[in-house]
Ligand binder design. Structure first.
Ligand code: 5RP
Length: 223
């Protein structure tokens, strides 16, 4: 049993003919992309946009029609994973480094479905270090500003070198341990010059789909 796959496949049931679909990034979104491809082979007609080069590549490989953003005005449904989700459906995202593009897709979607296994549910966000995408210029100074907000910081690395996002920026993983006021923190972080965006997704989720080890799923809708 794969709870990520179950959650993903449940969410894909909400896609209908003619929709513009946003593709998330990560190991849970992977299963959604696979299922969308299967439904297309069975006759589903959609157009898709991707939140990362990786997801776009996967979609291309599987025959999912990716359209340029200039061809769409909005997205009907985006399906994406999360690193943590709290009881108010606030999220930490960006473990896979795609948070900026993911947030652009989410905010421009009529419905934003988040797919997780039950291990991602938390009372308070913050155990998972919060990814913040910053421009590389004077990164040490931007990190000092982030530390002022009460976290320890670490530049994300990949093979002994700084990890670069699809946007040519770097990621600082900020360990707050416990985030009590995610809405306020999101605003404070994004006011720092040099910050592009951060992985707090507040008040954005339409529906949370949780997959369990026994193969069952549960959907929680935002009120
Ligand atoms: C990528 C993300 C992912 O959705 C998040 O990291 C969850 O990943 P996974 O589904 O692999 O657990 O935000 O930037």
């Amino acid at each position: 049993m794969n709870p990520k796959k179950h959650a993903a496949e449940k969410a894909v049931e909400f896609i209908e003919d003619g929709m513009v679909v946003g593709l998330g990034t990560g190991s849970t979104a992977y299963w959604a992309i696979q299922k969308i491809a299967q439904r297309i082979q069975e006759g589903l007609r959609i157009r898709a946009v991707a939140s990362s080069r990786d997801s776009e590549e996967l979609a291309n490989k599987l025959g999912i029609p990716i359209v340029p953003f200039s061809e769409i005005e909005w997205i009907d449904i985006t399906i994406d994973g999360a690193d943590e989700v709290d009881t108010h459906l606030n999220l930490i995202k960006g473990g896979g480094g795609a948070l900026v593009r993911e947030k652009i897709l989410a905010i421009n979607s009529k419905r934003f479905f988040v797919i997780v296994d039950e291990s991602k549910q938390v009372e308070h966000l913050g155990q998972f270090p919060l990814p913040v995408e910053i421009v590389p210029f004077a990164a040490n100074l931007t990190m000092n500003q982030l530390k002022e907000l009460g976290c320890s910081t670490r530049i994300r690395m990949s093979n002994d070198e700084a990890y670069f996002t699809d946007n040519g920026n770097i990621i600082v993983d900020c360990n707050f341990e416990k985030i009590v006021k995610p809405i306020e923190l999101n605003k404070q972080i994004n006011l720092i010059p040099g910050v592009v965006d951060n992985g707090l997704f507040t008040r954005m989720v339409s529906s949370l789909v949780i997959g369990y080890n026994d193969g069952s799923t549960r959907i929680i809708d935002q009120h």
